[in-house]
Design a protein around this ligand. Structure first.
Ligand code: AMP
Length: 566
């Protein structure tokens, strides 16, 4: 009863609902007037026909006819009377059976439901919540981050200003709090002072507003903000953001780092303490066609080849694995060992024709700039003529035209290029272009952006060698900030996973293969309790207290915990 009263108060407290309810009463008054007029007319026509009925009968007849019940116990005998009956019947259908339910639902029932929802939306985090992550919007990146936070039992809360929407999200099992994003009270309700991270994942203006609002009340909480425009980075920092992530620029730079051109060199993808994880495309290194044993990389540099990428699949490396021109080898070792490997590669002469970047938006421009910094010639294609002047300062050659047009892409130099980077903002276009470029230049390395992780397999099937998604990059950047670690981007669907050696495996040799056969994880190194890190081999002893450093997906990490920890 108390809940019902509070719902009623909530419904009636809205100005719009009060207006709607006034409208509903107005309509009911109109309906009452129509019934009264029909009852009077009933009397007059009945008297004209020579029949005598009470006022109550007139009211009763009007209601039975208007509601289409029509018992037939009282009837007119003349054409005028029947014509009147038809008019009452038709107006009854419209007024009572069509308009009344509609007005009732719109003016009362829907606002009632909405008020119920609004009351159900949480307005504050439960008592004692701390070390949580606060996100300002639920989108693909937030969903990915939430998945990872849940795996690590880290609490999170989303802010949803629209209370009924927040109630639906709450019903769907998401942790959500409703409140205006620009109100200090919202962050007080979220206990933001004790949060491990506040994520401003809106547009640049709104992110600045969030940072200013949070900072005003909580001087120490870390705030991460996404920036669409490079120029916004300073403004967001001045507004109070501790870390600003210009995601599109980062994506462009990552795409550029996946390009094979110039003298071959290793590209750092992650680090764990002293250990460096790097990858290098085998093309242009002279290693293609050899087994990993025959490359003698371990003897020459001390590095271990732990895996190889083949068209989007990370495959654990074995001594007899043959590297191909399309392989990208993943190596683990120290910084000095990587430098030694780079020095070995210098002697190979690569194809130094311009790299083609398709799409000259923010991502394409960032890719072109990053390539230019490596002194790599770039040919940029965009179909938007208004970009011509902007792009001319970044690329060596600018082609304005649709990349799917054979003339345009040939003009950009597809036949000779060592690598094509697809950066358009549409996954379907990138897939189409991957197939197209692969057909016209089967040897080119194709690197592509995707916007949705779900398209990952499809773009690899289309012919892309290396793919990076906007959302994965966003998730990994935020996760690293939430965990206060360095962002590691080994590749799509692959994380750097560190787990203590489980009691069930302590004292065994890695070569027994239990971890890889039961979980699919690839153990690349061991971090000993004395602080040293060593690369993993088949005869490595798994000592208790040490940490396993592995490559794999979050599903494989879950399988590991289920098999050996839980
Ligand atoms: P952004 O999302 O800011 O990186 O912008 C993507 C860019 O890709 C835009 O400048 C588009 O004009 C460009 N683009 C999209 N489709 C094509 C295409 N088929 N050929 C050439 N450029 C394209």
């Amino acid at each position: 009863m108390k809940f019902l009263t509070s719902e009623l108060i909530a419904v009636l407290s809205e100005a719009e609902t009060r207006r709607n309810i006034r409208g509903l009463f107005g309509y009911l008054a109109f309906l009452g007037a129509a019934v009264a007029v029909y009852s009077v007319l009933f009397h007059l026509i009945m008297s004209w026909e020579g029949q005598d009925h009470s006022w109550l009968t007139g009211f009763y007849w009007t209601l039975t006819v208007m509601s289409t019940l029509g018992f037939g116990d009282i009837t007119f005998h003349t054409d005028l009377g029947r014509l009147f009956s038809i008019a009452v019947l038709l107006s009854g259908i419209v007024l009572l059976l069509i308009v009344l339910p509609f007005v009732f639902i719109r003016s009362f029932y829907a606002p009632w439901l909405e008020a119920q929802m609004r009351l159900r939306a949480p307005r504050a985090v439960p008592e004692g919540v701390r070390d949580h992550v606060i996100l300002c919007r639920y989108d693909e990146i937030a969903a990915g981050l939430i998945r990872r936070l849940r795996e690590r039992d880290i609490p999170y809360f989303l802010i949803e200003p629209d209370a009924p929407k927040a109630a639906t999200m709450h019903g769907d099992g998401l942790s959500v709090v409703t409140g205006p994003l620009d109100s200090e009270q919202t962050y007080v309700n979220l206990n933001a002072g004790a949060a491990r991270l506040v994520v401003a994942n809106l547009g640049d203006f709104d992110n600045a507003n969030v940072a200013l609002t949070v900072r005003e009340r909580f001087p120490d909480v870390p705030i991460a903000a996404f920036a669409e425009e490079d120029d916004s980075v300073d403004v967001l920092e001045l507004s109070g953001a501790t870390r600003v992530v210009p995601l599109k620029t980062r994506l462009g730079e990552y795409l550029a780092s996946r390009v094979t051109v110039g003298p071959a060199h290793t590209h750092l993808v992650g680090r764990y303490r002293d250990l460096r994880i790097a990858e290098f495309p085998v093309e242009n290194t002279g290693l293609a066609g050899r087994t990993i044993r025959d490359t003698r990389l371990r003897e020459l540099t001390g590095l271990s080849v732990v895996a190889r990428w083949e068209r989007g699949q990370l495959i654990p490396a074995r001594a007899d694995t043959v590297l191909t021109d399309h392989s990208v080898a993943v190596v683990v070792g120290t910084e000095d060992q990587l430098a030694e490997l780079d020095a070995l590669f210098v002697i190979y002469h690569p194809n130094d024709n311009p790299v083609i970047v398709i799409g000259g938006g923010k991502v394409g421009q960032a890719t072109a700039r990053a390539l230019a910094r490596r002194e790599i010639a770039v040919s940029l294609i965009d179909r938007d003529p208004s970009l011509r002047n902007n792009l001319a300062g970044i690329a060596d050659q600018v082609v304005i035209g649709d990349a799917a047009d054979r003339n345009a892409i040939m003009k950009a130099g597809l036949e000779q290029t060592p690598s094509v980077v697809l950066t358009t903002n549409d996954d379907a276009t990138n897939m189409f272009l991957a197939v197209y470029c692969r057909r016209l230049n089967p040897g080119a390395r194709i690197v592509s952006r995707i916007n949705h992780e779900r398209n990952l397999d499809a773009i690899h099937r289309a012919g892309a060698d290396s793919v990076l998604s906007y959302s994965t990059l966003g998730v990994k950047s935020l996760l690293a900030l939430a965990l206060d670690t360095e962002a590691t981007f080994v590749g799509e669907g692959v994380d750097l996973i560190v787990e203590p050696v489980p009691a069930a495996l302590a004292g065994e040799r890695l070569g027994t293969g239990q971890i890889s056969s039961q979980t699919g994880l690839n153990v690349i190194a061991l971090h000993d309790p004395d602080g040293s890190t060593r690369s993993a081999h088949a005869d490595t002893l798994l000592e208790s207290g040490a940490e396993l450093v592995m490559l794999g997906s979050s599903e494989q990490r879950k399988a590991f915990r289920e098999a050996f920890v839980d």
